[in-house]
Design a protein around this ligand. Structure first.
Ligand SMILES: C[S@@+](CC[C@H](N)C(=O)[O-])C[C@H]1O[C@@H](n2cnc3c(N)ncnc32)[C@H](O)[C@@H]1O
Length: 294
């Protein structure tokens, strides 16, 4: 990995090698990657999107719901009150550290969440066990997507539905596009390439049609996601992403701070254009895949 960001030239002043003052109040990160994910990305970015997903899913009392690639469980937690105590919520993820953080959080009202470690491509679950499979921003990370789509079909009861969301391409997510470009420029890897790399609607539709779903639609949804602190945005993003991008995972806290400072400088103009009070209002766009098990 290149470390040119440490003394990269300041794009706004053009003064090569001169350091900007540290971002105010930088503190070392003592949280685990899964805690960082829950504390920042889930709280500010994924939770608002979960409301969009659940509004589309129309979950009913008594239904059995699988939250596939649950992470720290935001979709499972938000769905539990809708299915109620007569329903069932299974939260499945391949990463036990994410599940452990989810399990440590307060249990919501409604169904008690069952936390299961497993791979989307070989679900440790019986056939026809669910009325709905929900998956928020997991599909792009699956190593074997056709197998995962077939597994989603297998565990759904006849006539039931799957709803999955993945980000549209970076061009439709301009703040993340700027962060990604700055990351690539500073360290030579595009940190958001995987997260935003499955944005072809036709490809998504084919994936689920090939898995035997009867009725597949892929439609766009947009949301302005509000982050509370413009000043802390780049630092919190770098903290959240650095742990999960292999090329950045080895950065120590001071290197992450330097990278965050550099990215903050590089993205200054676009972040200013999305300022919202002291925070940031980011327009974001996803593809919503709705697939009916005939
Ligand atoms: C961006 S997170 C999304 C988590 C959660 N759905 C949310 O909305 O916060 C992607 C998740 O996919 C999980 N994942 C990746 N590959 C997986 C697989 N093959 N099977 C199950 N989960 C997987 C990761 O462990 C991670 O928790």
């Amino acid at each position: 990995m290149r470390s040119s960001f440490l003394f990269a030239s300041d794009r706004r002043t053009g003064i090569a090698g001169e350091r900007k003052p540290a971002i105010d109040c930088y503190v070392d990160c003592v949280q685990s990657p899964a805690e960082v994910y829950e504390d920042f990305l889930v709280r500010w970015q994924f939770r608002p999107w979960t409301a969009v997903l659940l509004a589309e899913a129309g979950i009913q009392p008594g239904e059995r719901v699988l939250d596939l690639a649950t992470g720290t469980g935001i979709v499972a937690r938000e769905a539990a009150p809708f299915v109620g105590v007569r329903g069932r919520i299974v939260a499945l993820d391949i990463n036990p550290a994410m599940l452990a953080v989810g399990e440590s959080l307060p249990q919501p009202a409604g169904a008690s969440i069952e936390w299961i470690e497993g791979d989307a491509a070989a679900l440790p679950l019986p056939d026809a066990a669910f009325d709905a499979v929900l998956c928020q921003q997991g599909l792009q990370y699956f190593a074997d997507r056709p197998a995962a789509a077939a597994e989603v079909r297998r565990v759904l009861a006849s006539g039931r539905r799957a709803l999955l969301v993945v980000w549209q391409p970076l061009i439709n997510n301009p703040v993340q596009e700027a962060l990604n470009a700055a990351g690539r420029c500073r360290v030579g890897v595009a940190p958001l390439a995987t997260a935003f790399g499955l944005g072809d609607a036709a490809e998504l539709g084919k994936l689920f049609e090939s898995a035997g779903f009867a009725d597949v639609t892929v439609t766009g949804r947009e949301l302005v996601v509000v982050f509370p602190s413009r000043a802390e945005f780049a630092r919190r993003m770098v903290e959240s992403v650095a742990h999960v991008v292999p090329e950045l995972a080895g950065l120590d806290s001071s290197q992450r701070a330097e990278l965050a400072r550099a990215i903050d400088e590089d993205t200054w103009r676009i972040l200013q254009s999305h300022a919202w009070g002291g925070g940031l209002a980011c327009p974001m766009a996803v593809h919503l895949i709705q697939a009916g098990a005939g």
